[in-house]
Design a protein around this ligand. Structure first.
Ligand code: COA
Length: 330
């Protein structure tokens, strides 16, 4: 069987309107703009208003992606929503999106790979389109991380924001699209980033709520050590699979977690910082949405043109990591 070449034919992103600056955070927790900026590069992030859910952000991003790809919703035959902040445990957020957007011909599922979710989702889409199971797959990364932040925990709360991005993956001309993908995981580090209670192991009880175990917790330094290795490893492995070298990359769009992590990766991959696209100062870390939101902004700023070699690379809870090399299709 001949594997079809697949790629992103349209992209869209959406962030909620409410801006929360570091100065706003200074007012509610023991932190400072200076600390957050120097340690991470983040200056502000977006938070949803009450009642706005992950699916709402996902739908806005999806509509923009469909428009960009010039594809009708009826053509979508699979929706994958990568998220760690689903609307509900059941049903999947993908099913909620499917209903809200009227994707009557689409199957729908969620994917859990935390901040690597967009890369994992695109990899699944590449497989599904590649072997001809589906023609048009919508991959969405969407998060309302503000719903799992303990605003009294300065170690974690300052890093994250809300947002969504969507990509339409379809067959593309030979030589273009998703050239290679490298994914990985290290479950040994599962304790470094996560939510302790609310799952099947430790269900929610009055005691878990009292202990604030339903919020996201992070061992920042351990995640940092992992990330500075995982980002370069993933990118270099994906490059090798695509038969390309670091100098072939036109633009890298990394997971927007921390400027310091990205600077360390830049040295190891031997790609200068000028080739990394960063928008974390304005949106913070939006987990599964992060790479898509950044990619969309880079396109809007006309930093990407047809034929460019684009690397996307990320890491996240699990811990997971991954990278994709693309030859841009439009
Ligand atoms: N504001 C002010 N001070 C803070 C703070 C905040 N928001 N958060 C932590 N601190 C304090 C700590 O309490 C500590 O104080 P102490 O020395 O009195 O104990 C001090 O700052 C240094 O903390 P430390 O954890 O050593 O800082 P760091 O240099 O490791 O930076 C991170 C912390 C979180 C920015 C860094 O570890 C990091 O970027 N990790 C990766 C996180 C990440 O990318 N997560 C997303 C995964 S997808």
């Amino acid at each position: 069987m001949k594997i079809k070449q697949s790629g992103i034919i349209g992209l869209g992103a959406y962030v909620p309107k409410k801006i929360v600056t570091n100065f706003d955070l200074e007012k509610i927790m023991d932190t400072s703009d200076e600390w957050i900026k120097t340690r991470t590069g983040i200056e502000e992030r977006r938070f949803v208003e009450k009642g706005e859910a992950t699916s709402d952000l996902a739908v806005e991003a999806a509509k923009r992606a469909l428009k960009c790809a010039n594809v009708s919703i009826e053509e979508i035959d699979m929706i994958i929503v990568a998220t760690c902040t689903p609307d509900y445990q059941i049903p999947s957020t993908a099913c909620v999106v499917q209903k809200k957007i009227g994707a009557i011909n689409a199957a729908a599922m969620d994917l859990g790979a935390a901040c690597s979710g967009f890369i994992y989702g695109l990899t699944v889409a590449k497989g599904l389109v590649g072997i001809g199971t589906y023609k048009k797959v919508m991959v969405i990364g969407a998060e309302v991380l503000s719903s799992i932040l303990d605003m009294s925990d300065r170690n974690t709360a300052v890093l994250f924001g809300d947002g969504a991005a969507a990509a339409i993956v379809s067959e593309v001309e030979e030589g273009f699209g998703l050239l290679s993908t490298h994914l990985g995981a290290d479950g040994d580090l599962k304790e470094t980033l996560g939510i302790k209670s609310g799952g099947s192991l430790h269900g929610t009880t009055a005691a878990t709520l009292e202990g604030k175990e339903h919020f996201l917790r992070m061992k920042g330094q351990e995640v940092f050590k992992f990330a500075v290795k995982a980002l370069p490893t993933a990118t270099l492995e994906a490059l090798k699979l695509a038969n390309l070298k670091s100098e072939d990359i036109d633009l890298i769009v990394p997971h927007q977690a921390s400027r310091r992590i990205i600077e360390a990766a830049s040295k190891k991959i031997e790609v200068p910082m000028e080739k990394f696209f960063l928008n974390l100062s304005k949106v913070g870390n939006t987990s599964a949405a992060s790479i898509g939101i950044a990619l969309d902004e880079a396109l809007e700023k006309k930093l990407i043109k047809k034929g460019d070699i684009i690397a996307i690379t990320g890491f996240g809870g699990g811990l997971t990591f991954g990278s994709i090399i693309m030859k841009w299709c439009y």
